[in-house]
Design a protein around this ligand. Structure first.
Ligand SMILES: [Mn+2]
Length: 568
């Protein structure tokens, strides 16, 4: 196990906690400290702050919307089926609806239509709603011929998206493409600008004002975290303030998701969003229609919200079971490999659910620390999903094999592709061969990355408080990780089944003198690590990689560490 760190702080070094924070943020290329510690409120950020050309672009939007409203023509908000699309779609659909537009949401079917605008999807929209305008949320920036197709059918297209641009963009009536935001973030600022233009004399003025201050901000924070958008700049503003207002939200959909996930009344952090709330919204689109999740977020009927939340909870558990079962099958396939595990793991099934192959690949990558490709049969084709380890660009790897593939897309760590059945065998053979050439042992060595190597004596409650001030943590701004070489003072096991471990550690140079006592030690919790207990002893040297947090009860505060890895 390799432990990487950005900088080492020595025990005789004089350094303040503020300086430690500065070093940590520097590593993240965050230099505007003032703005970072006090990010501007999303209400103070305008769509036009992202690109000054948007003022002109937006005039077109207003012109189109006014015309449509006068003629009472139909608008369709065409969104994506994942948590980012669903929350963004909810924001934009509801804004237009409350402003009196004749507007419907449309969420494509993941399996039958696939991601984004499609000819099939546009045909469905026409037959169901016959709109004169489609506004996309969280997709569209690459759909040139689909945009043209809709326009030929006399439908205007406005695109809001954050995905990677291609060389050419569609000839839509207006495009708002902001890559530093999530799709729901773009929808938030876009909808807010529409509200600003149509708010006068509107009877829902107060309601919408409140929504942009609370509900829509927290919906956008769900989409931003779920889509793994870096929590810096305006995305940090949305998430920081969006999470703060969660307790104020009376929206039945949110209340009942929290209830069903048993986190009602709990502080909502990116963890609760990423592991409890977003998976429930995503589950809907993975296993059945995602429109239910959008309905849940917008319904005014409490009974309906409760029922959909319960059903999403159930689908999410089904999804978890399905992933678990499929991962078991994947493990079995791996154990059947004749020789040792190859440098890239490639797995094929005829019956894994297409909606979860990415999740299977993630779990296998994590467990075996190998880039992993998982493929499953769909009608006529195989769909594939790849996940990678540090320092290996899986999408570039697949792009170099594009002669075998129908299409491929993604980024460094995650990829999706389609392949024809007759290409499968050859593809696997060549991919294995290329992986053998390109992946060296160094890449396959498991690595842990810490921000700082630091003596235990420099870790204190005030530092933990300063760290809290740079939250929320997530992509782009992860929770700071420390690495210390320490000695053990004491250890014990705890938990319902004695499954957890608690250790008290201090610096090595303290262990031989009178200061070697519990009050000078840092207490650390190691979840599910009790099997280590019997191999630990006082004075033993260990290496620990950990995060720190504040343990609060009543009005008492205490610093506590949480181990990521203990290395003896
Ligand atoms: Mn998105």
């Amino acid at each position: 196990m390799l432990i990487n760190f950005f900088k080492e702080i020595k025990s005789d070094e004089k350094i303040t906690n503020d300086e430690i924070i500065k070093i940590i943020l520097e590593k993240r290329k965050i230099t505007d400290l003032k703005n970072f510690l006090n990010p501007p409120h999303p209400l103070k950020i305008s769509l036009f702050d992202f690109d000054k050309n948007y003022k002109k672009e937006f005039e077109t939007v207003i012109k189109i919307l006014k015309e449509i409203k006068n003629k009472n023509e139909k608008v369709v908000v065409y969104t994506d089926y994942d948590a980012d699309g669903i929350t963004g779609g909810a924001i934009l659909w509801e804004t237009l609806y409350l402003l009196g537009f004749n507007v419907m949401p449309y969420v494509p079917d993941r399996i039958k239509e696939g991601y984004g605008l499609s000819i099939k999807g546009i045909d469905n929209v026409i037959s169901q709603f016959n709109p004169s305008l489609i506004i996309t949320v969280d997709h569209g920036i690459t759909k040139i011929k689909e945009t043209e197709y809709a326009q030929k059918k006399d439908i205007k297209i406005i695109i809001t998206d954050h995905h990677l641009k291609a060389e050419k963009t569609p000839k839509a009536e207006a495009i708002f493409h902001i890559s530093s935001l999530s799709g729901s973030g773009v929808a938030y600022f876009f909808a807010k600008e529409i509200f600003k233009n149509f708010k006068s004399k509107n009877s829902n003025f107060q309601l919408l004002e409140n929504n942009f201050q609370n509900d829509y901000m927290s919906l956008a924070s769900i989409g931003t975290i779920a889509d793994l958008v870096p929590l810096t700049g305006a995305s940090r503003s949305l998430v920081k303030y969006g999470l703060e207002v969660f307790p104020k939200i009376k929206r039945f959909g949110i209340i009942h998701i929290l209830k069903e996930a048993r986190i009602e009344g709990k502080k909502i952090t990116p963890y609760e969003i990423g592991f409890m709330i977003a998976p429930r919204i995503n589950a809907s689109g993975r296993l059945k229609s995602a429109l239910d999740a959008l309905r849940l977020l917008c319904t005014k009927k409490e009974e309906r919200a409760k029922n959909i939340a319960l059903s999403l909870g159930k689908i999410n558990r089904e999804r978890q079971d399905l992933v678990e079962k499929s991962v078991d099958e994947a493990r079995l396939k791996i154990s059947n490999f004749k020789s040792q595990i190859s440098k890239i793991i490639i797995l094929v099934s005829d019956n894994w659910h297409e909606g979860i192959i990415g999740l299977i690949a993630s779990k296998i990558t994590e467990e075996f620390y190998r880039p992993t490709i998982v493929m499953t049969k769909t009608d006529g084709h195989y769909k594939g999903s790849g996940r990678s380890i540090k320092d290996f660009h899986i999408t570039n790897f697949l792009r170099n094999l594009k002669d075998f593939l129908v299409d491929v897309g993604g980024h460094e760590q995650a990829s999706g592709f389609t392949i024809e059945e007759k290409m499968l065998k050859k593809f696997i053979e060549i991919a294995q061969k290329k992986a053998n050439e390109e992946i060296n042992e160094k890449i396959l060595e498991k690595k842990i990355t810490a921000d700082l190597k630091i003596p235990i004596s420099k870790i204190n409650l005030d530092l933990a408080k300063k760290i809290e001030s740079i939250a929320p943590f997530g992509i782009g701004n992860p929770q700071p990780v420390f690495y210390s070489e320490a000695v053990i003072f004491d250890a014990k096991i705890f938990g319902k089944k004695n499954e957890h471990l608690k250790i008290w550690v201090t610096d090595e140079n303290l262990s031989s003198n009178l200061k070697f006592q519990i009050s000078n030690c840092l207490e650390l919790i190691a979840f599910n690590q009790s099997p280590l207990f019997s191999s630990l002893s006082r004075n033993q040297k260990i290496k620990i990689v950990y995060t720190i947090e504040i343990d609060r009860w009543g009005d008492k505060e205490k610093i506590r560490g949480r181990t990521i890895k203990i290395i003896k």
